[in-house]
Design a protein around this ligand. Sequence first.
Ligand SMILES: *Cc1c(COP(=O)(O)O)cnc(C)c1O
Length: 246
Amino acid sequence: MGGDRATELASALETVRRRVDTAWADAGRDGQRPTLVVVTKFFPGSDVELLAGLGVTDIGESRDPEAGDKVAGLPGQLRADLRVHFVGQLQTNKARRVARYADVVQSVDRARLVRALERGREEAVDEGEQEDPLGVLLQVDLGEGEQAGRGGAAPDEVAALAEDVAAARWLELRGVMAIAPLDLAPDDTRRAFDRLVGLREQLRQAHPRATWVSAGMSGDLEIAVAAGATHLRVGSAILGSRPPQR
Ligand SMILES: *Cc1c(COP(=O)(O)O)cnc(C)c1O
């Protein structure tokens, strides 16, 4: 069984890496290629171990407490070498816990969440569980007009939220994240990601370390690469389709 799964994951990962390479070449971009964050929500820790063995350095999770249990169950050295991104909608009452085990929270969209994450990280540092600040991306709502957004702060709220994060001792602002609105034509998805990259440019003037743009999933990663994403969040194209959301 394990062998079959390893082969399956290796092959799907290779396909996605080739898609990224092709998109990168087609876009004529240079510099550093985007980081692949493999979204392992709903899949077991054994898959995370197999992926790490295939060179995956970053995983994404979106459900607490499932994510925390999974991370806690990983072998120590593997955990130390892996960057864990929390990418899902986060309730304020869960934020303190997530701040203890995540390396990056990509879905920060309101001031209350900033405060809760800061508290949680500070506790983890005080207790010797963590040493470094928690990385933070501001999730931006790219919905426009009739087009429903898929979560995140409104673009005009981003600057104030960035100040809140910058003022927090144990949080480090790294950039922006978004999920493209559903059912957009490719050109419109590209325009949405271009807006996200533009927001990162504005943010970077006041916050030089805010360089990340997390955009692109299994269905639209090529568009995100072309737009200049630094991080792609890919789940089903690598792990297979997820069981229905509970
Ligand atoms: C599940 C999830 C992904 C991965 O989506 P796929 O379409 O399976 O690649 C990316 N980002 C977020 C925020 C997610 O919740």
